[in-house]
Design a protein around this ligand. Structure first.
Ligand code: SF4
Ligand SMILES: [Zn+2]
Length: 377
């Protein structure tokens, strides 16, 4: 047993002494094998400008120290720690930024640059202030729209007035996940409340910055039917203050709490049909009296795979493609001709979840036949 009081090493964090999956030796070795001078990934995707015109966007995911909330506790589904390195310095970040610029032709072919850090770009404990300044300034000078991600506590008047002087117009994406304090606390372990989110929104509005809100579809300890009901409500609650709402259907990332639940058979990632239904039920809040209030983006990561949102296996690619198309077109006709026999099974599951007293739902393995599943018992 390690005696933490007699060890000469000072300041050993408790999570280093407990064998949480992220501290298994092979995970630590993997982390330290990342090249601190290269970003985690850099790519270009089609996007829409803030005026709604098609454009190209660069996404730069930097290799950083990760999120300060993760150092203390962390959200139940977040696997970003897999991409981080504890010892990343300012110099490393500068090298990563230069690498990204040279890889993407100095961002000449894109109109938008998304700079993600597996945490919050504007958090001084995670990202050196000099680097925050550089990103804000350079994207402004290049005349590209910047998108950054942030938790709520960094979005103070002091921070935003400083940032606004360096870059007059950028988007801040907040991972709110759920517009419900109970879900934030007990299902997600978000580490901030709706009160803190409202304060952040007030500040962003005061400084006239664009707001993107991430919502999570189907957090842990929630049935499929309940997730559908709740998520429609959350979209309605955030629509008036969000320029964009991005729904993240749960996908299972390694070493997380949701991973343990999933491997134990206590959690199933969402159905793609539920996402179609969510869009259909939310569409009227997004377009009120024909006027577009916000943009609804649903992007199922690992769609069709067992660890991502999936259906029966036969219809997945078609349904996922229609969902992706809706995020750009905003047109419900995208779903007109989708058909599969698993739709009936999904409907029954939603009905049971919403009518039977089973808190985590009746969802079974949707890729196995009912007969095979019962033979297991
Ligand atoms: S706040 Fe974001 S980055 Fe931090 S642990 Fe939660 S999901 Fe991960
Ligand atoms: Zn199907």
């Amino acid at each position: 047993m390690v005696n933490i009081f007699s060890t000469p090493q000072q300041g050993v964090k408790i999570h280093k002494l407990i064998k949480a999956p992220e501290n298994y030796s092979y995970n630590l070795e993997r982390k330290m094998s990342w090249d601190g001078n290269k970003p985690a990934t850099v790519y270009v995707t089609p996007e829409l400008t803030k005026e709604g015109k098609p454009c190209k966007a660069a996404t730069v995911i930097l290799r950083t120290k990760g999120c300060h909330w993760w150092w203390n506790s962390g959200c139940t589904f977040c696997g970003y720690f897999n991409d981080t390195r504890d010892d990343v310095t300012l110099d490393n970040l500068l090298q990563q930024w230069n690498y990204s610029k040279s890889k993407l032709n100095n961002f000449e072919d894109v109109e938008m640059i998304k700079v993600y850090t597996s945490g919050s770009l504007l958090e001084d404990r995670e990202i050196p202030i000099e680097f925050q300044e550089l990103v804000l300034k350079e994207t402004n000078l290049l005349g590209k729209h910047l998108v950054v991600e942030s938790r709520t506590e960094q979005l103070t008047s002091k921070k935003l007035s400083w940032a606004k002087k360096l870059n007059s117009n950028f988007t801040v994406a907040i991972g709110l996940e759920a517009h419900d304090d109970e879900v934030l606390k007990f299902h997600i372990n978000k580490g901030f409340s709706l009160k803190s989110w409202h304060r952040a929104i007030e500040q962003l509005q005061k400084y006239n910055l664009r707001i993107k809100t991430y919502l999570m579809f189907k957090p842990p300890f929630m049935s499929e039917g309940e997730a559908l009901k709740q998520c429609v409500k959350w979209v309605k609650s955030v629509v008036l203050v969000s320029d964009e709402i991005s729904i993240n259907p749960m996908n299972i990332q390694k070493g997380t709490i949701i991973d343990r639940l999933y491997r134990h058979g206590d959690y199933r990632p969402p159905w793609l049909w539920s996402l179609v239904e969510l869009i259909k039920q939310s569409h009227d809040f997004i377009y009120s009296d024909g006027k577009k209030i916000s943009r609804l983006i649903v992007h199922p990561t690992a769609a069709g795979k067992p660890r991502g949102a999936h259906n029966c296996g036969k219809c997945d690619s078609e349904v996922a493609a229609a969902i992706e198309r809706y995020s750009v077109s905003g047109n419900l006709n995208e779903f007109d001709y989708l058909k599969c026999e698993c739709h009936e099974r999904w409907k029954q599951e939603i009905f049971s979840d919403q009518n039977l007293p089973i808190p985590i739902g009746v969802g079974l393995n949707r890729r196995a036949s009912i007969k095979n599943m019962f033979e297991l018992f």
